[in-house]
Design a protein around this ligand. Structure first.
Ligand SMILES: [Zn+2]
Length: 128
């Protein structure tokens, strides 16, 4: 039996819009902690038909162990992730980056991300 190999289709991400990034930084040492990418800025609540607003916050800072971020309002749908400034060809062992654990939604409605260092020996990045 002879099969044919099909080329993968070029597909676009449907329904996602680049609404920009919000970077949550440590309020103590100013390290970059979380990258919140707004992917559906015009997302509406299906019942109230009003814009969805979510308050997000980094619960901790893995670099100074003392801070976290201030709460930030995010409008629309978003994808949260760790912060990584890595560019092609850079050594990932020397570039600090973070990842996040599943967020907790506190009783006050704030979505809090627990932040971890991707590379234990890395130093923090600072806001310029
Ligand atoms: Zn910090």
């Amino acid at each position: 039996m002879q099969g044919t190999i099909q080329q993968p289709e070029e597909r676009e991400l449907v329904g996602l819009q680049d609404g920009g990034h919000h970077y949550l930084t440590c309020n103590n040492c100013r390290a970059y902690l979380v990258d919140v990418w707004v992917t559906n800025p015009s997302l509406l609540d299906p019942i109230t038909k009003t814009s969805i607003v979510t308050i997000v916050q980094a619960a901790n800072c893995p670099f100074c162990e003392q801070g976290g971020s201030y709460p930030v309002e995010i409008h629309g749908g978003f994808h949260p992730g760790g912060y990584s400034p890595l560019k092609e060809g850079e050594d990932e062992d020397t570039i600090p980056s973070t990842f996040i654990e599943l967020p907790e939604v506190a009783e006050d409605g704030v979505v809090r991300f627990v932040v971890k260092k991707q590379y234990p020996d890395s130093k923090a990045f600072y806001v310029k």
